[in-house]
Ligand binder design. Structure first.
Ligand code: PSV
Ligand code: MN
Length: 388
């Protein structure tokens, strides 16, 4: 087994982008449960995200969702973030809540609706240029509910044309990432349902376009690490939206439902050169905390990613390869499982302390008084939430 001290430099490089929407109220289609202390605007969301970074040194950027995080002064938002030690990250477009998009957006058959959706992405690109963001992330709710409802081929062609128009505006050094999702809110067909479709669309665009893999967007039983391997092999894995699922797009805390799956994904990320600052693969969370408190929910999430990354980095790859070459099925499996079963928590706690961080960031947050303070201070105003 690799020694823990050999992996600390790589661990120190870890950066996980937080979603601004994780700090707002959220729920299911049945109920949104409001919580005390929830941010009323993007400035307060960023303050909460900065708290997560302060206690973990794992979350240096915050992703924004437009229009949820629209402000008059993006330069002001940027300097507010920088004052708190974080940066503004990915800009997420939103074409799933406007009345006009009921039958789709970038794939819509009505040119006026399609143009509205394209213009929204142009606005997002303008915002990126003010926030210093690198990535424009596109997830589409486009699809149909009934066989025959629309022409799937025509929709795919229109989608390609819309994406091309958006891509033409992407500046050098910036990227377009296209997220796929196998179903929901459309149930019969989805216009970008799988990694293959996203790959085909972004490959047609060019070298500034990549695939975003949201771990919650696959059918049960899908071997997600295989997709990770393949996209890295093809040079088109741009980013992850991490979360956990039991049934569908549950958006639960990453590593909570199936830590072993997260470990296997990270093993392939590292194997394929997708880990680290210059890898070109962005780690993001895409989560909502419906019943648990939001800030500790985010702290738990980044710690889960860190713990499984440490285990994956500890994998003895030489021993694994030797067993694989020898055709030793159980020997190879055991090398992998030895890394997975290593409890890295004590070593990580010690290492955090050596860097001036709290050994236990969850405990440090509970004792910090921050939660009590925001609950007392943030009274009045409109709480941020899904759709606001
Ligand atoms: C869609 O389910 C998604 O995963 C997309 O990434 C959105 O941007 C995000 O959720 C927030 O609605
Ligand atoms: Mn997502």
């Amino acid at each position: 087994m690799t020694d823990f001290s050999a992996i600390t430099a790589q661990l120190a490089d870890q950066a996980i982008e937080l979603p601004s929407w994780a700090f707002g109220n959220s729920g299911t289609r049945f109920r949104v449960f409001g919580q005390a202390g929830v941010p009323r605007d993007p400035f307060e969301k960023i303050a909460d995200a900065a708290k997560v970074n302060e206690l973990t040194a794992l979350a240096p950027t915050v992703a924004l969702h437009i229009p949820w995080d629209k402000v008059d002064d993006y330069a002001g938002l940027r300097s507010h973030a920088e004052d708190l030690g974080v940066g503004l990250g990915t800009i997420n477009s939103n074409t799933f809540q406007d009345e006009a998009y009921m039958l789709g957006s970038l794939a819509h058959s009505d040119d006026a609706v399609r143009q509205k959706a394209i213009d929204h992405h142009f606005e997002c690109i303008d915002i990126m240029n003010q926030t210093g963001s690198q990535d424009l992330k596109i997830w589409l709710a486009d699809g149909t509910n009934y066989p025959g409802q629309d022409d799937m081929r025509g929709r795919q062609d229109r989608l390609a044309d819309s994406l091309r128009q958006i891509y033409e505006r992407i500046e050098d050094g910036h990227r377009l990432v296209l997220e796929y999702k196998f179903f929901e809110p459309s149930f019969y067909h989805t216009d970008v349902p799988d990694w293959g479709t996203s790959y085909a669309q972004v490959t047609a665009l060019g070298e500034k376009a990549f695939v975003c893999l949201d771990t919650g967007h696959h059918a049960p039983g899908t071997n997600i690490e295989f997709i990770v391997m393949q996209l890295l092999r093809l040079g088109k894995l741009g980013s992850f939206d991490f979360n956990s699922r039991f049934y569908a797009d549950d958006d639960l805390i990453v590593g909570a439902a199936d830590p072993f799956q997260l470990f296997r994904i990270l093993v392939e990320v590292i194997r394929g050169g997708g880990y680290g600052k210059d890898s070109g693969v962005a780690f993001m969370l895409d989560q909502c905390h419906n019943i648990e408190k939001k800030i500790p929910g985010q702290i738990r999430s980044v710690l889960n990613v860190q713990e499984m990354t440490a285990r994956a980095l500890l994998l003895d790859r030489e021993a694994l390869e030797a067993e694989q070459r020898a055709g030793n099925v159980l020997g190879a499996h055991q090398v992998l499982m030895d890394a997975f079963y290593t409890d890295v928590r004590p070593a990580l706690a010690e290492w955090r302390e050596s860097r001036g961080l709290p050994a236990d960031p969850m405990k440090a947050y509970a004792e910090s008084g921050y939660q009590e303070k925001i609950e007392a201070d943030r009274v009045g105003g409109d709480q941020a939430g899904w759709g606001a």
